[in-house]
Design a protein around this ligand. Structure first.
Ligand SMILES: NC(=O)C1=CN([C@@H]2O[C@H](COP(=O)(O)OP(=O)(O)OC[C@H]3O[C@@H](n4cnc5c(N)ncnc54)[C@H](O)[C@@H]3O)[C@@H](O)[C@H]2O)C=CC1
Ligand SMILES: O=C1O[C@H](COP(=O)(O)O)[C@@H](O)[C@H](O)[C@H]1O
Length: 247
């Protein structure tokens, strides 16, 4: 990707993981309503994604977007996810299409499919359980935040089918720095290490696709999300496994 890459929500955990592994590989344009603590020499846009004019200006010349900005709280109130995660995401998609952006990677979530766990936990969090989600299943959100993430996936489907924007929705599991979540089987089943996160989103920038939904987790023995589609379509090759850590 030779054109600038717009990274929304750049100041946050996922954004910093992505930059940490790809800092010097792209011309980054960092957008967030809170400026990053350390933006190095990257261009910074301090703006809210619900500000249509600011988002349109930020799209100028952009080749690809990694859209992370939003309220990440599983217990976020409806007003917040409606404004930030749904309205804001629609603004980003629309501006990307109008600017001629080639591809967009959307940060979806495990919470878009959380209710598949309800009748299967805790067994499905344990090695040897053969239940799998592979990205072809319909959403079953576990909260209103998960609803907003499913809405972002459906918005991507529309902007691909109607406007030919290449879209990959990454249902991120549990990004935790340095080691998997401790004493938390669900978190260990869906752990995403920082280096696998950086690698996965680099593949989202480099691979060619139409519309995809993939799971963003490391290659955990406990996993109940299949990562085969991410491997096949994106060339994702995770290096980490929560089982290889004492947790
Ligand atoms: N951290 C994780 O394990 C997971 C994260 N995700 C998703 O990944 C994305 C990033 O999550 P994190 O980095 O963990 O969250 P975070 O809260 O660390 O970072 C989010 C960033 O977005 C910015 N932001 C929020 N609303 C905004 C708005 N309206 N306009 C402009 N900027 C705005 C915030 O200032 C913040 O810097 C979110 O969409 C979240 O739902 C999904 C699954 C797991
Ligand atoms: O979407 C998200 O999911 C992760 C993992 O969910 P949890 O309920 O097991 O914590 C969460 O940590 C993150 O904040 C959220 O954005």
């Amino acid at each position: 990707m030779d054109d600038p890459v717009l990274l929304t929500g750049a100041s946050g955990r996922v954004g910093q993981a992505i930059l940490g592994g790809n800092e010097d590989d792209y011309e980054w344009r960092l957008l967030d309503r809170e400026p990053p603590a350390d933006a190095a020499d990257h261009e910074v846009v301090v703006a809210d994604i619900t500000d249509e004019n600011a988002v349109r200006d930020a799209m100028d010349g952009v080749g690809a977007v990694i859209h992370l900005a939003g309220d990440p709280r599983p217990d976020a109130p409806w007003e917040s996810v409606l404004q930030n995660n749904i309205d804001g995401t629609q603004t980003v998609y629309e501006a990307a299409v109008d600017a001629g952006v080639e591809k967009l990677a959307f940060a979806s979530s495990n919470h878009a499919v959380g209710h598949y766990e309800t009748d299967r936990k805790p067994d499905l969090y344990r090695e040897g359980d053969d239940f799998r989600l592979d990205g072809t299943e319909l959403p079953r959100p576990s909260n209103l935040y998960g609803v907003s993430k499913a809405a972002g996936e459906v918005l991507g489907r529309y902007y691909h089918d109607e406007h030919d924007l290449s879209v990959v929705c990454v249902r991120i599991g549990n990004l935790t720095k340095g080691h998997p979540p401790i004493d938390y089987e669900r978190g260990q089943a869906m752990w995403l290490s920082y280096r696998d996160c950086a690698h996965l989103f680099e593949r989202c920038l480099e691979a060619d696709y139409d519309y995809e939904i993939v799971y963003g987790i490391s290659d955990n023995d406990r996993k109940y999300y299949s990562i085969e589609r991410a491997k096949e379509i994106l060339g994702y090759e995770p290096q980490d496994n929560s089982a290889e850590h004492d947790a």
